[in-house]
Design a protein around this ligand. Structure first.
Ligand code: 5AD
Ligand code: SF4
Ligand code: FES
Length: 359
């Protein structure tokens, strides 16, 4: 019997346990995955909830060194869906019983932007009789803005910390007022204050990142007591500053395995949170997202962005479903999830049970 038999008897995992688990291979690794799957079944059930993802604009004021749509990348064709296109996508989600949508876009500041999001949230609520759940993912904003959007009807928010190590954070972001580690931490705290179910996450397999960093990332999530997590492998993009480190990266398959391990360990560490199966997993393995669902993840974000825009929202290379339409992904995912032995929680917000308990 391997590492897990001792670790299983503990009430919670410490840093050394997590590092051991992140390094596990062979039978130990299988054992980890099986245990995480059991915990998932016990605490959140074998259900998968859909969040229809609307990547409504790739215009971003930030310049993250890893991201293909960062402001400094002049090669990207910028787009901004019209309000009508966004509402149409939300209608698709509603008609297809998705339960929720995620509005995701580049990070912008300013009144025009915050008013627009507020209006869109209200409109999505109104076209769905208040039934569509709304998750926002539009970056760091003020507490007042977060409150305003919450009032309008959004109830979940995703803001990845990207790395909980300040040192690593500044290796993957410019060190300037637009990219302050402290500001991001504050934003996560403000989101909680505003009442949201809060999600964060990190990229896995970044240049300079160590297994210790990843263990600390998981402990960070536990420490700030998140309700949801979305994390996936880092995938290098040619038109980014981090591209120059491509030869120092772990092989893609190793990054993929590491991402699965992170998901499994987080499920053990935080039994009842929502964990998304990140799209980036599928950029590496054709059934990557399904694999994640089988070892701990319980949320899928089908892309419902109109097909013509998808090619321009390439945060990383090899992004899947860039030439598909919403209906294609819908049918495809249904079949895929069926194969994992999970059921799809149609017409259901699929809120984090962790959040309910923390109230
Ligand atoms: N590889 C993987 N994930 C990336 N993201 C941005 N760029 C990349 C990349 N090159 C992730 C970030 C961001 C989310 C929307 O996409 O974690 O928070
Ligand atoms: Fe903008 Fe997000 Fe890309 Fe950073 S990761 S450049 S905030 S879209
Ligand atoms: Fe988009 Fe399969 S999920 S085509």
């Amino acid at each position: 019997m391997g590492n897990l038999s001792t670790i299983r008897t503990k009430k919670t995992l410490n840093r050394d346990d997590i590092i051991t688990l992140l390094n596990s291979t062979g039978d130990d690794l299988q054992e980890l995955y099986e245990y995480a799957a059991q915990i998932k079944e016990k605490f959140v059930g074998n259900f998968v909830y859909f969040r229809g993802l609307i990547e409504f604009s790739n215009i971003c004021e930030k310049n993250c060194y890893y991201c293909g749509i960062r402001s400094g990348n002049r090669k990207v064709k910028r787009y901004n869906l019209t309000d009508e296109e966004i509402i149409k996508a939300a209608e698709f989600a509603y008609e297809n019983k998705y339960g929720s949508v995620v509005l995701q876009g580049g990070e912008l500041e300013g009144r025009a932007f915050t008013d627009r999001i507020e209006k869109l949230v209200k409109e999505i609520k109104s076209i769905s009789d208040g039934k569509l759940g709304i998750t926002l993912s539009v970056g760091e904003q003020t507490l007042d803005t977060y409150k305003k959007w919450y009032q309008a009807g959004a109830h979940r928010y995703l803001l990845r910390i990207e790395s909980s190590s300040k040192e690593l954070y500044y290796k993957i972001h410019p060190d300037d007022p637009k990219h302050r580690f402290e500001k991001r931490l504050q934003a996560l705290a403000d989101l909680k204050t505003a009442g949201y179910q809060v999600g964060t996450g990190v990229m896995i397999g970044l240049p300079f990142q160590t297994v210790e960093n990843l263990a600390d990332d998981l402990l960070f999530m536990k420490e700030i007591d998140i309700d949801m997590c979305g994390m996936g492998p880092y995938i290098e993009h040619t038109d980014t500053p981090l591209w120059k480190y491509k030869d120092q990266l772990l092989p893609l398959e190793t990054r993929f395995q590491l991402a699965l391990k992170m998901i499994a360990i987080l499920r053990i560490l935080m039994n009842d949170i929502n964990i998304a199966s990140a799209t980036a997993l599928q950029a590496i393995d054709p059934i990557g997202r399904e694999k994640a669902l089988m070892i701990g993840a319980n949320i899928i974000m089908p892309n419902i962005t109109p097909g013509i825009y998808r090619d321009n929202y390439k945060l990383y290379e090899n992004k899947p479903c860039t030439s598909e339409e919403a209906a294609d992904c819908s049918n495809c995912l249904e079949a895929r999830i069926h194969l994992t032995g999970n059921k799809i929680g149609y017409d259901n917000w699929g809120d984090s049970t962790h959040f309910k308990k923390r109230q």
